[in-house]
Design a protein around this ligand. Structure first.
Ligand code: GLA
Length: 392
């Protein structure tokens, strides 16, 4: 799967829509996958994150229908057109791909928005299950299309919240708000510094090439599943720790108070590492933003590596393939590397001097081959645009 030229992809998606439904789409809307630079598992603790949009994109071609029927089709999924009635939608955890766009329709109607029938056809270059937020891209592309078709006039933040509600309550995945906000709000050339408590945000310039650097994504090809319980377990642990500490969320524990917080949890040995990860990770995001603002992207390297160690040792969401990718990249001369996204598989990211990028990628490839793992997919990440209308 590669990031193809958006104009070409839009053209192809429109042609497929015409072939499927026999009419012209009203428009084509796009939303990207994302990679999170730093700030992992902080979003459901009201903390800080810093994702950027990938050039890999999900496209939704759509047109309204007057008979109230909702028809959904995905180029990448078997099973043909899925036909539903918006008023009959009920949450269906664990359902197939169509639950994501259907969930957005459901969430909008639950919010009292006048969303009726439509024809929708989606295509995507976002790798599935790679920790690069293919689900959020699908939800946000759908939300943007429905917003335009029904003249809802929703803000980007409102679209992100509705998309998250679809995933939480309809699809049944207890994710935070990072991925949907990244898809909705990222801009080209920037990482999005996001406060997940109130969605206040700032676009932070991130031009690795201008500093002789490259950001590589290593898709380990280990397919992760957020709905499988481990994610929900971490989330519940963090909520328990916040209650035990008497704060609204772990975001409210300042870095300087971490020793006190850990001491207060002396009787809860299982919660202490969770708290240590969240508090230090929020701190690392703030440090990362300061480095980028000061034009020092190199300085991100040690923060990425420290983030990985914290996710592996304290939060326990890494896996052997992610560890091998990050450790090998570091040993081969990268500035820093870490797992990105929810973990348990998916992707790692590597910050490396341009001159060393090929050597590092080769070392990771060789280490995977030596370990008998499936060959990873390694590609450079340059921050692309967020959700937008492509045509007309
Ligand atoms: C997944 C979730 C996000 C976030 C990350 C971990 O991508 O969808 O909300 O919690 O994991 O940072």
């Amino acid at each position: 799967m590669t990031a193809t030229d958006p104009a070409q992809a839009a053209h192809r998606t429109a042609a497929e829509f015409r072939a499927l439904y026999g009419t012209e789409p009203t428009g084509i809307w796009a939303a990207p996958g994302r990679v999170n630079l730093i700030g992992e598992h902080t979003d459901y603790n009201d903390g800080f994150v810093m994702p950027l949009a990938l050039p890999h994109t999900t496209l939704a071609a759509a047109a309204p229908r007057t008979d109230g029927v909702l028809r959904l089709h995905s180029a990448g999924a078997p099973g043909g057109i899925v036909e539903l009635r918006p008023e009959d939608l009920r949450p269906r955890p664990g359902a197939d791909w169509s639950a994501y766009p259907a969930g957005v329709v459901w969430a909008m109607r639950e919010a009292g928005l006048p969303v009726g029938g439509a024809d929708l056809h989606v295509t995507s270059t976002v790798p599935l299950g790679a920790g690069l937020s293919s689900s959020a891209a699908l939800e946000v592309a759908t939300a943007l299309a429905l917003d335009a078709l029904h003249g809802l006039g929703l803000s980007r933040e409102e679209l992100a919240r509705l998309a998250q509600r679809a995933e939480n309550a309809y699809v049944g995945v207890p994710c935070g708000i990072m991925d949907q906000t990244a898809a909705a709000c990222c801009t080209a050339g920037h990482a999005l510094f996001l406060d997940t408590r109130d969605l206040t945000q700032r676009q932070v310039a991130f031009d690795a090439a201008a500093h002789g650097l490259r950001l590589l994504v290593v898709d380990t090809r280990v397919r992760h599943q957020l709905g499988d319980g481990a994610y929900a377990q971490r989330r519940a642990g963090c909520e328990r720790a916040a209650r035990a500490l008497g704060v609204r969320a772990l975001r409210d524990v300042p870095h300087a108070h971490l020793p006190d917080a850990l001491a207060a949890l002396a009787g809860e040995p299982g919660l202490r590492p969770l708290v240590r990860h969240i508090v230090t990770e929020n701190h690392r995001v703030e440090q990362a933003v300061a480095h980028l603002d000061a034009g020092r992207p190199h300085a991100l390297g040690p923060l990425l590596t420290a983030s990985h160690a914290s996710l592996r040792d304290d939060f326990a969401v890494s896996c052997p393939e992610l560890d091998l990718a990050a450790d090998t990249a570091d040993a081969a001369g990268a500035l820093g590397a870490r797992m990105t996204g929810g973990g348990f598989g998916g992707s790692a990211l590597v910050l490396v001097e341009e001159a060393a990028a090929a050597t590092v990628a080769k070392a990771v490839d060789a280490a995977f081959a030596a370990a008998g793992y499936t060959a990873p997919r390694i590609f450079p990440a340059v921050p692309g645009p967020g959700a937008r209308r492509l045509t007309p």
